[in-house]
Write a protein that binds this ligand. Structure first.
Ligand SMILES: Cc1ncc(COP(=O)(O)O)c(C=O)c1O
Length: 379
């Protein structure tokens, strides 16, 4: 079975972990500082602060900006739930704007409609590794004095108009969860050019310490371990290569799938470098098999798939219970939840396997089309 996601770990990561274990410095230490310095340089920002997860990164950014009760934060209804939960954790209210059906990212025209006097921030997610359209979002943020936050959990190394994701807003959150484009097992990073935000995040990840055992604010323990940082440093050196492998697999699959009726391969906007955290196709109503039936048939033939995500966030039981829906509706997010299917694209997939995966999708749909009773053509 070709899994839909798998971390790409080699001897160098094993050696890096052994080196840290032998050093005796397992928690916060020089490895973490070096990782922060290297990551900031890679992204092209002044500050990077390592934390324990992407969720922690989002929470700490919102907290650093003082987002809290009474505030509204506009974000996408089509993401991993952590994006919106970070807003709830601050006691603020997520306001969901619909997505652009081509990229699955926030549609700036839907965002501007939802700005009120209570809006404090926008969180744009670079879903699946394709950057959100940041320029119009930046204009909206400037016009209305809002904080613009990037959720770059799925977009390490993606480019927007030649600039790296993580350097496009006021602050950004990365995740290094096991299946991400680069991993530390669990881990996260905040990137920003704002010194005060970096200092706040640094303090709040570490019990509000300003100096050793001097606690000036209420914080948490959301630190990254040295072991995680050592793995991250090796993964960062491989990131460009791993992303190129993903892109090559994506090109191979798109070359085949663009001719298959009922399947829409992912797009890459002219201003974007997509890093294919996921390779996501739409299975449209024209397909002779439903999305879930196609997934089941692919599984039987040895191809793992996943649905990212089967529900829009406001359709999660938690959000239903809280009564938080899309104020102007979000038909595109809900349609995406019905139609998307992720195929394996990770660097462990060879180009031959990528070709085989796409050809198998084509074959399964062709066979289903042949089995389907022909519609009466009239006459
Ligand atoms: C878009 C998005 N935001 C936030 C997160 C949260 O990251 P983590 O799992 O590291 O807490 C994830 C990943 O899982 C994600 O995909």
């Amino acid at each position: 079975m070709i899994p839909v996601a798998r971390p790409f770990i080699g001897e160098e990561e094993l050696e890096a972990v052994a080196r840290v274990l032998r050093s005796g410095v397992l928690a916060h230490g020089p490895e973490v500082e070096e990782f922060e310095r290297e990551f900031a340089e890679y992204v092209g920002v002044d500050y990077a602060v390592a934390v324990s997860s992407g969720t922690a990164a989002l929470d700490l950014i919102l907290r650093a900006y003082g987002v809290g009760p009474g505030d509204e934060v506009i974000t996408t209804p089509f993401s991993f739930v952590a994006t919106a939960n970070a807003i709830l954790h601050q006691g603020a209210r997520p306001v969901f704007a619909d997505i652009d059906p081509a990229t699955y990212n926030l549609d700036p025209e839907r965002v501007v409609e939802l700005v009120t006097s209570r809006t404090r921030a926008i969180i744009a997610v670079h879903l699946y590794g394709h950057p959100a359209d940041m320029r119009p979002l930046r204009e909206i943020a400037e016009d209305h004095h809002l904080v613009l936050i990037e959720d770059a959990a799925q977009a390490h190394g993606a480019l927007y108009a030649g600039r790296r994701t993580g350097s496009l807003g006021d602050a950004a959150a990365f995740s290094f969860y096991a299946t991400k484009n680069m991993t530390t097992g669990e881990g996260g990073m905040v990137t920003t050019n704002d010194r005060r935000v970096a200092e706040k995040v640094r303090m709040h990840r570490d019990h509000g310490q300003a100096a050793k055992y001097l606690h000036v604010e209420l914080g948490y323990n959301l630190r990254m371990t040295s072991i995680a940082a050592a793995i991250g440093r090796v993964q960062l050196r491989k990131l460009e290569w791993m992303n190129e492998r993903r892109r090559e697999n994506a090109r191979t699959m798109t070359g085949i799938l663009s001719r298959v009726e009922g399947v829409e391969p992912p797009v890459e906007m002219p201003w974007a470098r997509h890093v294919y955290h996921q390779y996501v196709v739409r299975v449209t109503p024209e397909a002779p098999l439903g999305r879930d039936e196609l997934a089941e048939e692919l599984r039987r033939r040895g191809i793992g798939t996943a649905v990212h995500y089967p529900r829009a966030i406001p359709d999660q039981p938690l959000y239903r219970r809280l009564g938080i829906d899309c104020p102007r509706g979000c038909p595109e997010a809900r349609r995406a939840a019905r139609e998307v299917l992720s195929l394996p694209v990770h660097p462990g997939v060879t180009v031959d396997q990528a070709r085989w995966i796409a050809e198998t999708v084509e074959e399964v749909l062709r066979e289903a089309g042949e089995r389907r009773p022909r519609r009466w053509a009239g006459g």
